[in-house]
Design a protein around this ligand. Structure first.
Ligand SMILES: [Zn+2]
Ligand SMILES: [Zn+2]
Length: 216
């Protein structure tokens, strides 16, 4: 078994229909910007995945509102959201309205409660090492690039930093399929905030559900 690494492929348009971190989420027309179930504030958009061999496209959000007490790491507490859609016919999700805590100006001004300060395209790199940690180190050695330029992996085996936290699907009660692991990225100013840890994306294609959580 090999590992499919996600590596930093540099800047890309904020609404590009590609797998990327940052920018603007794409979803079916009429989709509202998700709000945190704990503090009710609008969430920060982290990443968009287009899963060529998987169940579709996934947009990932996480609460970054002050004072930062929401359980954004927990796959079921409501402090984050992973939305699974068909890959076709997606449009940019409108930013939350004037009652939301974020505005267009915030989003354009770098890191904000609504979005990351940079948009990074994700390239795929096949690695022969079955273990994610080994694959990161070997990829860095082969390419001469930093391991921080590995943004995660697609499919494969999750590299849990703590206990296995595979969520059960709220639709069918079966364990969800591991879909991607996400790391914070090379730029500390604009990186996703997983407490220097890793995030884990799971999905259930038949039920159209996805779940997100992180560990450090
Ligand atoms: Zn919150
Ligand atoms: Zn299910």
């Amino acid at each position: 078994m090999t590992t499919t690494l996600m590596t930093d492929a540099g800047p890309v348009a904020p609404d590009a229909p590609v797998t990327r971190t940052g920018g603007i989420p794409l979803a079916p027309a009429g989709t509202e910007w998700p709000h945190c179930a704990e503090c009710t504030g609008p969430m920060q958009f982290l990443a968009q995945f287009f899963l060529e061999d998987g169940p579709g496209a996934i947009a990932v959000f996480m609460c970054q509102n002050q004072p930062g007490l929401c359980q954004a790491w927990d796959p079921v507490a409501g402090g984050n959201r992973a939305l699974l859609f068909p890959s076709e016919g997606l449009v940019p999700v409108p930013l939350p309205g004037p009652d939301g805590e974020g505005t267009d100006a915030d989003a354009a001004d770098g890191w904000s409660v609504l979005g990351l300060g940079a948009v990074r395209a994700v390239a795929r790199a096949a690695a022969p090492e079955p273990d994610y940690f080994d694959a990161c180190a070997a990829w860095a050695a082969r390419t001469g690039r930093a391991t921080a330029e590995v943004l995660g992996q697609l499919g494969g085996t999750p590299y849990w930093l703590q206990n296995d936290e595979t969520p059960d699907c709220p639709g069918c009660a079966q364990p969800m399929a591991f879909t991607a692991q996400l790391d914070e990225g090379p730029d500390p100013v604009t990186a996703m905030n997983f407490g220097s840890g890793s995030a884990y994306l799971h999905a259930c294609g038949p039920c159209g559900r996805a779940a997100f959580g992180w560990q450090c």
